[in-house]
Design a protein around this ligand. Structure first.
Ligand code: RP5
Length: 163
């Protein structure tokens, strides 16, 4: 398994659709588990230990509100941890963003922007990490960026024609 996605609640599932699509598109093996830093703390630690033993390369942790999932995962593994704050708290995701990003020195979490865009970027960052050891993934990333650049150019043409 290359990537393990941990989501703090089944209610976070709709945030990770494009994340999973992106991993599939790049043919990266992943799995997903629901586990909570607060509601199932022991299960969270067991999952981290199990997947680390099985050789996972990157963890992605997705959670909202007082989002401690990424930090707790990072506390229990030496693998890179990417955090995605979910925008479902009373503070519109700012709560989850600060809970995820403001880690104490020594326990880094690579924190993405909030919500679906952050979730898609988490997949891309995981792929970039995996590409350090995979020329095939590196080539796919280069092609992906070229595709994006071509789309921007095509969009510009369309917009200019409509002026
Ligand atoms: C967090 O609380 C979860 O990650 C989720 O984003 C949020 C709300 O969870 P539910 O009350 O919908 O289960 O722990």
């Amino acid at each position: 398994m290359d990537v393990v996605i941990l989501i703090g609640s089944a209610s976070d599932l709709d945030v990770v659709g494009e994340m999973m699509d992106t991993l599939k598109k790049f043919e990266v093996e992943y799995t997903l588990e629901v586990t909570s830093a607060h509601r199932s703390p022991e299960r969270t630690i067991e999952l981290v230990r199990r997947y680390e033993t099985e050789g996972v390369e990157v963890f992605i942790a997705v959670a909202g509100k007082a989002a401690h999932l990424a930090g707790v995962v990072a506390a229990h593994t030496a693998r890179p941890v990417i955090g995605v704050p979910v925008e479902n708290g009373a503070l519109g995701g700012l709560d989850a963003l600060l809970s995820t990003v403001q880690m104490p020195k020594g326990i880094p979490v690579a924190t993405m922007g909030t919500g679906k865009a952050g979730a898609a970027n988490a997949a891309l960052l995981a792929i970039q990490i995996l590409s350090l050891k995979s020329p095939a993934l590196r080539h796919k990333l280069v092609a992906y960026k070229a595709e994006m650049a071509a789309k921007v150019e095509a969009d510009s043409k369309k917009v200019r024609q409509s002026l």
